[in-house]
Design a protein around this ligand. Structure first.
Ligand code: TEU
Ligand code: CA
Length: 539
């Protein structure tokens, strides 16, 4: 049984930074509606919309104060309903971001819960007494410091695995689960195409045992959620599961388990991070490890799960700057990443601006930074004795603002993102890197993405073909086969900025996509230029 989301290409929109329509410097839903024709031209078939619900924006919408109303800056519920309709008219589904591991501390439930231990909403959250006059245990927040915040009024601590303004919901409380399911059905009834589930691996946490991800009740809750909401509908669900291995991924996405469609796994994302340290502690990428990990995921799930494919999202630095070359080989390396990923098996995700080769946006002082994660880390590491230079270097490499600078539409002021003052600086390279320029240049990164999406729509081998890594290559060369009912394709990529060689063992046929204009030999040795990549049929 096949599903639409196995053939889909998903585009992630971070609404705050996509398109402002009313000049307040903040992206909004009418702005997104005005850009649907552009997305239809690209060929994507679903939009993952980062949160648009009411929020005080401590974590830019991932701290929700009302799940069934729209953030004032983004527009109205009528705007949201129009977006769903206008997208559906273009055969584009809207996949909402479901953030239910925690709420905002300004959510009505938490406002009630803070009123006292007897309040009926108290147990919607995780409260614990002090231990020896201090925090209950050494659980840490992802945004630095303890995961426990003291509440003077009641003399108890509440749990927050993210910011202090993001108290964790108590999923052991059946009332909490029912509230979440009711809210999900509210959105499903509006005709959305599914949910991306924020840190969904954390909802089974057992804080007293310091268990956060993959707790013992996690899959019980997900099967209960499936039954109570989307299970009977043809929608897509993708879980954000940072610690997933292929075996764990099967627990989420094996169709017979009636949980989710697929998960985001992050094993490849941690490859430039020092062992056992934080993402800020940098080390060079091993291309050999990258090839092995991506290939493991391509071959491990079989029929017991489904891959999501991504390099970028709103939490990650932009791949062309991170592992490519965003200076003299920006276009070639951006296309190389696209070809390697989009010719693989699974559902590809494109993060806004990735399709035009947008780059990281380096800063020099902390007051240029918006992201709470970076700011909290900066303060924590200053206290720990790190130099400002070292911390800024880490933020420039891995800070989340790199992905959140406004979408670059054209070379007018603020890249056409706003007629006002943008909430976050626009990347100064927008005059050269923008949608208008990309659409006018048939050799732009945009048209490579458009071509790859067309190939997926036109050739079953891209969606269903078996994957086989070619092992005997130079470390920097990533080459693999796809095979499907007698058809065989070859994908070759030079992941480096030096020349490499590759031997075509079999005669090649039609070249389907190539990031250089040189012709390829029919067989034998190929000299690969920096970041050269192609996909070709095998005769
Ligand atoms: O991210 C989960 C998460 O752990 C990330 O914050 C990640 O650890 C970090 O940013 C490293 O890149 C999800 C959302 O995607 C993120 O935007 C939210 O801040 C977070 O959950 C809390 O909702
Ligand atoms: Ca606006």
């Amino acid at each position: 049984m096949t599903s639409w989301w196995q053939k889909a290409v998903v585009y992630q929109i971070y609404p705050r930074s996509f398109q402002d329509s009313n000049g307040d410097g903040i992206g909004d839903i009418p702005g997104i509606i005005s850009r649907l024709d552009y997305l239809q031209l690209l060929g994507i078939t679903a939009i993952w919309l980062s949160p648009v619900y009411k929020s005080p924006n401590d974590d830019n919408g991932y701290d929700i104060s009302d799940y069934e109303d729209i953030m004032d800056e983004f527009g109205s519920m009528a705007d949201m309903e129009e977006l769903i309709q206008e997208a559906n008219k273009r055969d584009i589904k809207i996949v909402m971001d479901l953030v239910v591991n925690h709420t905002s501390d300004e959510h009505a439930w938490f406002v009630e819960a803070k009123k006292g231990k007897e309040n009926p909403y108290r147990d919607y959250y995780v409260w614990r007494d002090p231990v020896n006059g201090d925090v209950p245990n050494d659980l840490h927040s992802a945004f630095s410091g303890s995961a426990w915040e003291y509440d003077e009024a009641s003399g108890q601590y509440y749990l927050h695995l993210f910011s202090k303004k993001q108290p964790d919901l108590n999923w052991e409380n059946k009332k909490v689960r029912q509230e979440v399911y009711d809210m999900m059905n509210f959105w499903l009834e509006k005709g959305i195409g599914g949910f991306r589930m924020d840190v969904i691996d954390l909802i089974g946490k057992l804080p007293d045992q310091s268990i956060t991800g993959n707790g013992p009740m996690l899959h019980t809750y997900l099967q209960e959620m499936n039954q109570a909401t989307f299970g009977s509908q043809d929608v897509m669900t993708v879980g954000e599961t940072w610690g997933a291995t292929p075996e764990i991924a099967k627990l989420y996405s094996d169709p017979i388990r009636n949980e989710l469609s697929m998960v985001f796994q992050f094993e490849h994302i941690g490859l430039d991070q020092q062992e056992g340290k934080d993402k800020w502690d940098l080390k060079p990428l091993s291309i050999g490890q990258l090839k092995q990990i991506l290939s493991k995921w391509q071959t491990s799930l079989g029929r017991e799960g489904w891959n999501s494919l991504f390099w970028n999202n709103h939490d990650l630095p932009r791949i062309v700057s991170r592992w490519g070359n965003d200076k003299e080989y920006r276009v070639e390396s951006a296309k190389m990443f696209a070809i390697v990923l989009h010719m693989m098996k699974g559902t590809p995700y494109i993060y806004q601006g990735e399709e035009i080769g947008m780059t990281n946006c380096p800063i020099s002082t902390i007051d240029e930074v918006d992201d709470i994660e970076s700011i909290n880390m900066y303060n924590e590491r200053l206290d720990q004795g790190y130099t400002k230079e070292a911390i800024i270097e880490s933020i420039n490499a891995k800070g989340r603002d790199n992905a959140r600078t406004p979408m670059q539409w054209d070379n007018s002021a603020h890249a056409g993102f706003t007629t006002g003052t943008p909430w976050l600086h626009v990347n100064p390279n927008y005059p050269e890197i923008n949608v208008k320029q990309s659409l006018a240049d048939e050799d732009s990164v945009f048209y490579t993405y458009k071509k790859l999406i067309e190939l997926r729509k036109e050739h079953a081998i891209v969606v269903w073909g078996e994957y086989e890594l070619i092992e005997e290559t130079a470390e920097e060369v990533f080459a693999y086969y796809r095979e499907f009912s007698g058809e065989k394709w070859l994908v070759v990529a030079n992941f480096s900025e030096s020349n490499q060689t590759f031997t075509l063992e079999e005669e090649i046929g039609e070249v389907l996509v190539h990031n250089y204009h040189t012709s390829l030999p029919k067989s034998g040795e190929v000299l690969l230029k920096p970041y050269e990549a192609f996909a070709t049929k095998i005769l």
